[in-house]
Design a binder for this molecule. Structure first.
Ligand SMILES: [Zn+2]
Length: 311
């Protein structure tokens, strides 16, 4: 028995000197950066702790071992449970106490559903990227990107719905344009070159454009409400700014590969840029959900002025 355990022990490096034995199930072993297939080589500063060449069953089983993807997987799995729980809490307590309409329930459900799909797609990718088939791994990657678009869609739908609560015309215009934009991103993903390394920069540009587009309805909303001195703008605009700040910081970590760039091989398991990106993504969606509930309650406490409703 003891011999068997020793056989399956894999020594991982945490920090610069400490080596910790990690027990991995039979069939799974961890590889160094040099040993993994080319399609998994994305971050040379993560030098060890890779799972690779696994069938689906062992990919799933690897949920319970410590690898360099563990924090990535679990951060968004817990994120999924957070938004699931928030959904139940909203439906049973927050919305009924705010005397919410059927529309409020629908928008809140769409928003949280999108966030949950976003989280699950990410979990799926980080769990199955080590699949022995490159094609399967790429499919999960495409799903991860699709999940990010769905998460952004959830933010837009709820944001536009409440920002233009008293202006049906612009509400519809922005909802349609946002939907068209997200659909266009979906179709771009079908392009065979979309997920290649060469298109890496273009993917970032598309991602930033889709997120940055929100500045246009935001400025329009400030103007429609009578400028920065309006009470609703004073209350809600800082929340939009904080949202964009979190998104910008998260994206900077994502593209720069900081801090592991400065400590190659020392942040393989904990503290790498992708883990920071994941945690900030959960924080950002949570912040947006809280802001949406806040503006919904504001809208119910201060009904639309008549002269705007019919515009
Ligand atoms: Zn990820």
């Amino acid at each position: 028995m003891h011999q068997k355990l020793l056989k399956s022990a894999h020594y991982i490096e945490l920090g610069s000197y400490q080596y910790w034995p990690v027990l991995v199930p039979r069939g799974i072993r961890l590889y160094t950066y040099e040993q993994i297939p080319v399609f998994l080589k994305d971050n040379p500063y993560i030098t060890d702790g890779y799972r690779a060449y696994l069938p689906s069953r062992l990919c799933l089983k690897s949920l319970f071992i410590l690898s360099n993807e563990s924090v990535n997987i679990w951060s968004h799995l817990l994120g999924f449970f957070l938004f699931f729980t928030l959904g139940i809490y909203d439906m049973t307590s927050v919305l009924p106490s705010a005397s919410a309409s059927r529309e409020d329930f629908v928008i809140c459900s769409i928003c949280l559903f999108c966030f949950q799909v976003c989280m699950l797609c990410s979990v799926g990718y980080h769990l199955f990227c080590c699949h022995r088939s490159e094609k399967t791994s790429r499919r999960w990657m495409a799903l991860d990107y699709a999940g990010i678009s769905i998460g952004i869609l959830g933010c837009y739908v709820s944001g536009v719905f409440y920002a233009f609560y008293c202006n049906n015309y612009w509400r519809q215009i922005y909802l349609i344009t946002v939907l068209a934009m997200i659909l266009a991103v979906f179709f771009a993903q079908i392009h065979p070159s979309y997920l290649t390394q060469q298109w890496h920069r273009l993917r970032s540009v598309i991602f930033c454009s889709v997120s940055g587009y929100g500045v246009i309805p935001t400025i329009h909303w400030v103007w429609l409400n009578g400028g920065v001195s309006a009470s609703i703008v004073q209350e809600f605009a800082p929340r939009v700014i904080v949202m964009y700040l979190i998104a910008a910081v998260a994206f900077l970590f994502y593209i720069s590969k900081v801090p592991e760039r400065y400590f190659p091989g020392q942040l393989n398991y904990l503290g790498s840029s992708h883990q920071v990106w994941h945690i900030l993504a959960v924080l950002m969606l949570y912040w947006w959900h809280q802001s949406t509930v806040y503006i919904m309650q504001y809208r119910h406490s201060k009904p639309c002025p008549d002269y705007i409703t019919h515009l």
